[in-house]
Design a protein around this ligand. Structure first.
Ligand SMILES: [Fe+2]
Ligand SMILES: [Fe+2]
Length: 267
C-alpha cells in the first residue's frame, strides 16, 4: 500500500503497486469520490487489506460511505471487499449483477445490498449522477466504468493502464516512450482480443470515450491523466498493430519468482 494522494479537490487516490522483476511495475489505484454521498471505487489488493482500510479511514469514515462501486471482480480490485462490507454497513455495492453473483461464491455476499449496474445505468450520489459506461478495453466481461459528467471525469477501470518503470503518482514522471511502451505492453496483455477485433469496431469503442471527452481520466493502472485524453486514445488505437503479448515461460517465471522471493534490495 502506498501513500494516498489527491487527484483534484473531490477525489483521493488509494494507490498500491505490484513489482514484476525484469518487467516493470503495475500501479493499482482505488479511489474515494468525495460526493455528497461518498463513493469508494474499488477496494485494492487483498494482501494490502489492513493497510488499505487504514488508508481509507484517513480519507473518510467507512460508515459514511454510501456506495462501493466495484468496477469488476478481478482480484486487484476486490481485495478488501469482504472486510468493507462489514466496515461500511451503510454502503450499497454498485456492481455488475453477474459479477455480484460470481463473488457470492467467494464469500457470503449479502446480495440485498447489491445495486446492479451495467452500461447505461445511473446511481445518485447526491450532488451528482454517476453513469455506468463500458470501458474501451477490458479483461473481464463485468467491467463497468463510471462517468461523472459534472466534473468531466471517467473512472475507466483497467483501460489506459500501463506497465511503468517504478511506482509513480504523476504522468509527468514518464517519458513519452515509457508511456507509449508501457500502455502498449499493458493493453496487449489486458485486452488480447484487441488483435482479433474488426479495426473499425475497435475505433468505435474508442470513439465512445472520445465523445464523452473526459478531462480527467482515472485508470486503475495509470496515474491520473488530466487533459491527456487524445494522447491516450492515440496510443490505444495503435495496439492492434503491436506484437501480441507473450507470457513468460516456466523458466522465465521461475526467475521472476526467485527475484520476488529475494526482494527488491537484492534483486
Ligand atoms: Fe481487470
Ligand atoms: Fe485491474
Amino acid at each position: 500500500m502506498d501513500t494516498p494522494y489527491e487527484a483534484g479537490s473531490d477525489v483521493t487516490v488509494l494507490p498500491s503497486h505490484l513489482d514484476v522483476p525484469g518487467v516493470g511495475t503495475l500501479v493499482v489505484n482505488a479511489f474515494v469520490l468525495k460526493a455528497e454521498q461518498p463513493v469508494l471505487i474499488d477496494t485494492g489488493i487483498g494482501i494490502d487489506s489492513d493497510a488499505f482500510i487504514e488508508a481509507l479511514r484517513s480519507v473518510v469514515d467507512p460508515r459514511d460511505l454510501r456506495w462501493i462501486w466495484l468496477t469488476h471482480d478481478d482480484s486487484d480490485h476486490t481485495g478488501s471487499l469482504p472486510a468493507l462490507m462489514q466496515a461500511a454497513p451503510n454502503a450499497r455495492l454498485a456492481t455488475h449483477p453477474l459479477g455480484a453473483l460470481r463473488m457470492s461464491t467467494w464469500f457470503p455476499l449479502d446480495l440485498e445490498r447489491v445495486h446492479a449496474i451495467s452500461p447505461g445505468a445511473t446511481i445518485d450520489a447526491g450532488d451528482r449522477t454517476l453513469r455506468a459506461v463500458m470501458p474501451p478495453t477490458f479483461d473481464n466481461p463485468t467491467s463497468t466504468a463510471l462517468h461523472d459528467e459534472s466534473t468531466s471525469t471517467l473512472f475507466c477501470v483497467d483501460a489506459f493502464g500501463a506497465i511503468v518503470p517504478r511506482a509513480i503518482t504523476s504522468l509527468d514522471d514518464l517519458t513519452e516512450d515509457e508511456l507509449v511502451g508501457g500502455m502498449t505492453a499493458w493493453t496487449t496483455f489486458d485486452s488480447p482480443w484487441a488483435h482479433m477485433t474488426d479495426r473499425s469496431r475497435f475505433g468505435q469503442a474508442l470513439d465512445v470515450v472520445r465523445t464523452l471527452a473526459p478531462h480527467r481520466v482515472l485508470s486503475a493502472h495509470l496515474p491520473p491523466a488530466l487533459g491527456r485524453l487524445e494522447e491516450l486514445l492515440k496510443i490505444v488505437s495503435a495496439v492492434p498493430d503491436a506484437d501480441p503479448f507473450q507470457a513468460p515461460d516456466a523458466e522465465a517465471f521461475a526467475q521472476i519468482a526467485a527475484a520476488i522471493a529475494v526482494g527488491p534490495a537484492s534483486a
